[in-house]
Design a protein around this ligand. Structure first.
Ligand SMILES: Cc1cc2nc3c(=O)[nH]c(=O)nc-3n(C[C@H](O)[C@H](O)[C@H](O)COP(=O)(O)O)c2cc1C
Length: 303
């Protein structure tokens, strides 16, 4: 049997499968389908200092092999998460990653202090949300701003800090190097790719916000390319995501350099997708004769 454990910046996951922010809520709904302890880690819906209602509907549009979303960080706020959601999640034997978005570096710092004290296992700093006006993507597209937010998050945290990168940039390695230089313990990628669809009958954009973020199988090749580029540019471990719906997809991201892999949009079509992907990945690893799944990380053979 292949040993499925992986170490993501000092956080030991029992297997490399993570559910990413925003596609799994706080685990309450999916917990009715399978035991959340089956997962390596749960990354919770993006948290902000105060409660947010998110963007107006329609905020989901289907696309071939994917979806466009403009949910806009709907969440109960960091304090309500700590009071009501974290204790429920803590009943399971699974690592908890808190994903945060702020309007200012200070807002990121304040949330890091609260979440570290509350005992999450890791903090994921979202500098890549395409669906909010302030913060989010503004920090993720400029190396100096990405570094500033990372520095404050690091200073304000007692747990490892992972920074989530946007694919909506010309050169993702510039941002990756900037956040590594500012002390990021790990990097996650990719967030969604900005897109737009039009209803040709009404001639209106399908999404009320006009544009949204593309995720699901359609984005896998972009994710593989970007993880490959970032793995070559930095030394910190990578949580790879974007379009994974099968064990072989997860293996692709690990081969190009990911230590762990998140399964997001696939859960909307198949609630068991994260567990199925874990089992398919384990079967592949055994067939490949691997003693440890971590042997896959970066093991792609260059031409
Ligand atoms: C409906 C929806 C909501 C999301 N919300 C967040 C969020 O709050 N914070 C964040 O960092 N990423 C968010 N994401 C991005 C995902 O975490 C992930 O990076 C992206 O969907 C690519 O992975 P996938 O193709 O497996 O879904 C969201 C994605 C979707 C589809």
């Amino acid at each position: 049997m292949t040993d499925l454990r992986v170490n993501l910046a000092g956080v030991e996951l029992k297997n490399p499968i993570v559910v990413p922010s925003g596609t799994f809520g706080f685990g309450r709904e999916y917990g009715q389908f399978f035991d959340l302890s089956e997962l390596g880690a749960i990354c919770v819906k993006g948290l902000t200092p105060l409660r947010r209602e998110g963007n107006p509907a329609p905020r989901i549009a289907e696309t071939p092999m994917g979806i466009l979303n403009s949910v806009g960080l709907q969440n109960p706020g960091v304090d309500a998460f700590i009071a009501h959601e974290l204790p429920e999640l803590r009943k399971h034997d699974v690592k908890i990653i808190a994903n945060i978005s702020g309007n200012t570096p200070e807002e990121y710092g304040g949330m890091c202090e609260k979440l570290s004290a509350a005992g999450v296992d890791m903090i994921e700093v979202n500098i890549s949300c395409p669906n909010v006006k302030a913060g989010g993507l503004a920090y993720g597209t400029k190396p100096e701003m990405a570094a500033e937010v990372t520095e404050i998050a690091k200073k304000s945290s007692t747990v490892p800090v992972m920074v989530k990168l946007s694919p909506n940039v010309t050169d993702i390695t510039e941002i990756a190097k900037a956040v590594e230089g500012a002390g990021a313990d790990a990097i996650s990628l990719i967030n969604t790719i900005r897109g737009m669809r039009i209803d040709v009958n009404t001639r209106r954009p399908i999404l009320k916000m006009n544009t949204g973020g593309l995720s699901g199988p359609a984005v896998l090749p972009v994710a593989v390319r970007m993880v490959w580029e970032v793995a070559d540019a930095v030394k910190v471990p990578i949580l790879g995501m974007g379009g994974v719906s099968k064990g072989a997809d997860a293996a692709e991201l690990m081969l190009v350099g990911a230590t762990a892999v998140a399964v997001g949009t696939a859960s909307f079509a198949d609630a068991y997708a994260p567990v199925r992907v874990r089992d398919e990945l384990a079967a592949y690893a055994e067939k490949q004769g691997l003693a440890r799944i971590s042997e896959l990380t970066g093991a792609v053979k260059p031409w």
